[in-house]
Design a protein around this ligand. Structure first.
Ligand code: SF4
Length: 389
């Protein structure tokens, strides 16, 4: 892993790339106008999130975890989506940057916090062919990042490998996993098929407490093995933690930071507890003090160029509003139905029925119950239909 501020020459090349993309799309003064809007939006995000601290992994730059690696076809899709968002032209797809896609209902674990708890089971609702058809549909809508989740995606390894291989490079593919069965050969097979990275769940620095939280002995050792396999395979590694109040009060986040750094992780993602799924009705939500402590933890990670950088879903919500809910991110569940995020229960239509555009419009109208509509300048002014949808 190399942690670095973007070198001057790379910064210039990145700007030149954006100028060329804008000029190709709308030559002349209109390109200049949209580029100034892009710069305004970048500045708006930097003022709230802090400057990007890029990581260089396998020859590409990761500017921020929610932006595809540069250079890559997926980065171009993301950039074109942003240009379309800020300056709509014709009936091209909406600027949906990322979709979380539950590719399986299977999972050998029994985690305390499982948001998919009510949907887990041994029988899949989506065949391999349907998984591939959904990927095609999402790519046709200009989705720049696909995050495969579940269930535990590694419990359906052959189909997941097929999905990764099937997705064209126009989308970057990631896997959310608890590390189940993720050996070096499997990590290398996924990387060779085009996988960009892993979101690897680690919920306690103590092996015994992590295993208890995950409901199965031995799961901590799977995480350790999966982290090493990801790094050896050249994947981007994000350690994903769900911080309970108890974990935070015991200094667990800082210990997880140390472990993640030791493992060579590039990012730490903080996914704050939601009272849904198995935690439905439980008093698990972080209060203001713990939320502020999460923000301070992430700021501290991002204050230094060494070790993993930090980000988090609620951290992002507090800073810029919720970008899920069909604005820049949406969730496709294990039935193929579209929802705002994995914590939202309302279904807005099926990708398999060709209802993605309508579902996104419906989701955007509903807004996020917690953070409301994001206030990003120019967000989602783009046209949200695709021919044939
Ligand atoms: S949280 Fe993920 S790994 Fe844990 S039981 Fe639920 S689906 Fe399985």
């Amino acid at each position: 892993m190399t942690a670095a501020v973007l070198p001057f020459r790379t910064r210039v090349a990145l700007r030149a790339h954006a100028v060329r993309a804008a000029a190709r799309r709308t030559p002349g003064p209109r390109a200049v106008r949209v580029l100034s809007k892009v710069l305004e939006q970048v500045g708006w995000f930097e003022a709230r999130l802090g400057p990007a601290l890029p990581k260089r992994v396998a020859g590409r730059w990761i500017l921020r975890p929610m932006i595809p690696a540069w250079p890559s076809p997926a980065y171009d899709v993301w950039l074109n989506g942003l240009l379309q968002e800020l300056d709509p032209v014709g009936t091209t797809p909406p600027a949906l940057a990322a979709v979380l896609f539950a590719v399986t209902r299977r999972c050998p674990l029994a985690c305390a916090h499982c948001s998919a708890h009510d949907e887990l089971g041994s029988k899949e609702h989506l065949s391999r062919e349907q998984l591939l058809a959904i990927v095609d549909s999402l790519q046709a809508h200009g989705v720049a990042q696909l995050h495969l989740t579940g269930g535990e995606p590694m419990a359906r390894f052959a189909d997941v490998l097929a999905v990764v291989a099937h997705a064209s490079p126009r989308s970057e593919v990631w896997i959310n996993t608890a590390g189940v069965g993720l050996t070096v050969p499997r990590a290398k097979a996924l990387a060779a098929a085009g996988l960009r990275g892993l979101h690897l769940s680690l919920d306690d620095p103590s092996p015994a407490r992590h295993d208890a939280f995950r409901g199965l002995p031995g799961t901590f050792s799977w995480v350790e093995r999966a982290a090493a396999a990801a790094v050896e395979a050249g994947l981007v590694l994000t350690v994903s933690v769900c911080p309970t109040r108890e974990l935070m009060d015991a200094g667990g986040l800082e210990q997880i930071r140390d472990l993640a750094a030791q493992w060579g992780a590039h990012f730490i993602r903080v996914v704050e507890p939601h009272a849904v799924g198995k935690w439905s009705g439980s008093d698990v939500k972080l209060g203001t003090d713990h939320g502020e402590a999460v923000d301070a933890f992430i700021a501290d990670l991002n204050a230094s160029d060494d070790g993993p950088n930090g980000f988090g879903d609620a951290w992002l919500g507090r800073k810029v509003g919720c970008l899920a809910g069909g604005w820049r991110v949406a969730y496709v569940d294990s039935d193929g139905d579209v929802r705002g995020c994995p914590f939202a229960t309302r279904k807005a239509g099926s990708v398999l029925d060709g209802e993605l555009s309508a579902a996104l419009t419906q989701l955007r109208a509903g807004g996020c119950a917690r953070f409301g509509v994001p206030k990003v300048p120019g967000l989602a002014t783009g046209v949200s239909t695709v021919a044939g949808d």
